[in-house]
Design a protein around this ligand. Structure first.
Ligand code: ATP
Length: 512
């Protein structure tokens, strides 16, 4: 039997940015009806390649062939015409519109907005397992359903080849299984998927082929069923990975963060986004917060950081001398200055200034502190030096510390932030999804840095959607549901599936 014809053939793709070759002679050949994973370290060039395939960027060299025809994709409209759809990692839906409105917006020309449109839409909804009412506002949907709306949106526009950019990063294991079921079902109907992921177990579970990219160029394409996750990781990195360390407890009885009876009402209402939150994080402890996205974790972090004003309750930080600092009424910068490092959930909104060089980003949040400032004056030379140190220590792949942080790949931006936030010698680190979007090698590195700091007495409040990370890093896990801490899990014994059930188990469709 001969292999089916490739539906997508990228050949000799090269893309240069100032100081960086993002793609160098990359080849990718995707057969009809397969799930083709693209893997590689942070900065390897995956996003660039996908942007080229989706018409968002033009290659300097190379050719693109779709269904045997050479094509020029000048913009996403061209890609959509060629039958390519992209589901981005960050959803692009309007919360205040219904499912139907979101799908039809901008595509009214296809089937109108009446009965015909609805019936086509219903067909795609059934195909993707989207059971939500099409007239429901998107804000009422959970993450997994929103993702399905995104998929429906691209199918409605005629996509037969769907790019999924890290689709499982925000899903619990049960939702990942459901997504994979959908993908398999659609595959049987002839759809082709290109799947970007750092989760190699998932790649092995769903993909028919995997193309590995390293430092901008193709290493090769393999059958993921015939290699282990470790071998795949080593193909990506080009060398052997360090072994994961064994569990050891460094928890002390010294309180660092104390949150008592915290309540946060939605603005102008008495509807509680957070209720009865009481928790303590000790020196040397990682307290993990598990929860399906949208259950109050973001609000909890923002209330502790002073980005949202709590309705009632208190937040205190106890320093090394035992002095208690009441943070409840302080602003964010003042809270940080008492000794909090903060890895924000949304690095491009709260963590970085994208048009500023890396060294200026090193100063962000530390404008009054050594070594980058004398308290009143910024010390540029010291900031550049310290940024170089971070780049080295955290393996940030960049041509220099003078490029804007926006030119770094997502994972490298994340490494820069983690490096900066651990550099201020904080008492407490608030880490929201600290390794989101980073590759396995960088993840191991970040975990190691956090563990080292914990051994030296750092207290960590960890919020993560990556259950392996929560289980692997936490000393204690608490589960958040509808704004409350509802249960505890022992990371030494709990499985990701059990934790997933605790996170969703008690929730009914309506609650979500
Ligand atoms: N607009 C740009 N300007 C300058 N350099 C860029 C730009 N976009 C990407 N790069 C560089 O190209 C290289 C490849 O980046 P790309 O985002 O494709 O990597 P990636 O494999 O998707 O990484 P990640 O897993 O971290 O998302 C990186 O070195 C990055 O800094």
């Amino acid at each position: 039997m001969t292999d089916p014809e490739p539906v997508v053939e990228l050949s000799g793709i090269t893309k240069r940015f100032p100081g960086v070759v993002a793609n160098s002679d990359v080849h990718l050949s995707v057969r009809a009806g397969e799930v083709h994973a693209v893997c590689g370290e942070n900065g390897a060039g995956k996003s660039t390649l996908m942007k080229i395939l989706y018409g968002m960027q033009q290659p300097d060299e190379g050719t693109i062939t779709i269904n045997g025809e050479p094509v020029k994709l000048r913009n996403p409209q061209d890609a959509i015409k060629a039958g390519i759809g992209m589901v981005h990692q960050h959803f692009m839906l309007a919360d205040n519109l219904t499912v139907k409105e979101n799908v039809l917006l901008g595509a009214e020309g296809l089937h109108g907005i009446g009965k015909k449109a609805r019936s086509v839409l219903e067909g795609f909804a059934a195909q993707t397992g989207l059971h939500a009412d099409l007239d429901l506002l998107v804000e009422r949907l959970g993450v997994a359903d929103r993702q399905r709306v995104e998929i429906v949106k691209v199918l409605y526009r005629g996509a037969r080849i769907v790019i999924l950019d890290e689709p499982t990063a925000v899903l619990v294991p049960q939702e990942v299984d459901a997504l994979f079921e959908t993908v398999r079902g659609m595959q049987r109907q002839g759809f082709t998927f290109i799947f970007i992921s750092h989760k190699l177990d998932e790649v092995r579970a769903i993909a028919d082929s995997v193309t590995v990219i390293r430092r901008g160029t193709t290493v090769g394409t393999v059958d993921p069923k015939t290699v282990s996750s470790r071998e795949l990781a080593e193909m990506m990195v080009g060398s052997a990975l360090p072994s994961p360390e064994t569990r050891e407890s460094t928890v002390t009885d010294r309180d660092i963060l104390r949150v008592a009876d915290l309540r946060l009402d939605a603005e102008g209402t008495h509807r509680a986004l957070l209720k009865d939150i009481t928790l303590t994080v000790h020196a040397g402890e990682v307290l993990g917060i598990a929860g399906v996205e949208g259950n109050g974790q973001t609000e909890l972090v923002e209330a502790i950081m002073g980005m949202r004003k709590a309705t009632s309750g208190s937040v205190e930080l106890v320093d090394a001398e035992g002095t208690v600092h009441d943070l409840t009424k302080l602003g964010t910068l003042a809270r940080r200055e008492t000794g909090i490092g903060y890895i924000a959930e949304d690095r491009t909104r709260h963590g970085l200034l994208l048009n500023q060089p890396l060294w200026s980003n090193r100063i962000l949040g530390y404008q009054t502190r050594e070594p980058v400032s004398s308290g009143r004056l910024i010390n540029r030379a010291a900031a550049r030096e310290d940024t170089k140190r971070i780049v080295e220590q955290y393996d940030v792949r960049t041509p220099s510390v003078d490029v804007p942080s926006g030119a770094l790949s997502g994972g490298n931006q994340q490494k820069l932030i983690v490096g900066r936030e651990l550099s201020g010698n904080p008492l407490l680190l608030i880490a929201s999804h600290p390794t989101r979007g980073v590759d396995v090698g960088a993840q191991a590195l970040i975990w190691e840095q956090i563990r080292t700091a914990r051994r030296e007495g750092l207290a960590v409040l960890l919020v993560s959607a990556d259950l392996d990370e929560l289980i692997g890093l936490s000393d204690t896990i608490r589960v958040m549901l509808r704004g409350e801490l509802v249960s505890e899990a022992d990371p030494a014994t709990v499985t990701p599936t059990e934790l997933g059930s605790a996170m969703t188990g008690a929730a009914t469709e309506e609650d979500v």
